[in-house]
Design a binder for this molecule. Structure first.
Ligand SMILES: [Cu+2]
Length: 157
């Protein structure tokens, strides 16, 4: 073997080692899909009438003729938030961003648009949408029927 051949073999061997190390480092990463907690079935957003409902929730965000009473809030993971319509018009709470509603990462086959955080209908005055937040992060929401009314929920551990 000439010196040149040995040099080429050393370079090829080095490249093969780099490729192997890169595969070990990046090829082994797997992203596990979100698993809904057993107590909370998929598609757990619920629409109801506040006068008839007795289900528990943790935080209430009221919607009035002036918009959302709370436009920025920080809650713990697993907090169930009630969006209650007390305005004179229909209201449709949903994940940002309008109009696709894709920002909240929880997705189910039953979703009407881009995420599970979506009332999927206009709520009459006195009706609510309850939703439990499991994803850590800051999640914009809005009224789909008056999309200039917005807010955000920050979920922490
Ligand atoms: Cu919208």
């Amino acid at each position: 073997m000439t010196k040149k051949t040995v040099g080429i073999l050393v370079v090829l061997g080095f490249l093969a080692l780099l490729t192997y190390l890169a595969w070990m480092r990046f090829g082994a990463i797997s992203i596990s899909p979100y698993q809904a907690p057993a107590a909370e079935p998929p598609g757990h957003g619920v629409v109801g009438n506040a006068k008839l409902d007795t289900d528990p929730y943790d935080v209430e965000i009221v919607y009035t003729n002036q918009g959302f009473s709370t436009t920025s809030i920080t809650v713990k993971q697993g907090t169930r938030i009630r969006f209650l319509n007390k305005s004179n018009e229909e209201e449709w709470p949903a994940s940002g961003i309008h109009p696709t509603h894709t920002l909240y990462p929880e997705k189910e086959s039953s979703d009407c648009l881009g995420s599970s955080f979506d009332a999927c209908q206009g709520l009459l005055s006195g009706e609510f949408f309850d939703f439990t937040f499991y994803y850590i992060g800051t999640w914009p929401f809005h009224d789909h029927l008056h999309a200039y009314n917005t807010g955000d929920i920050t979920v922490v551990q």
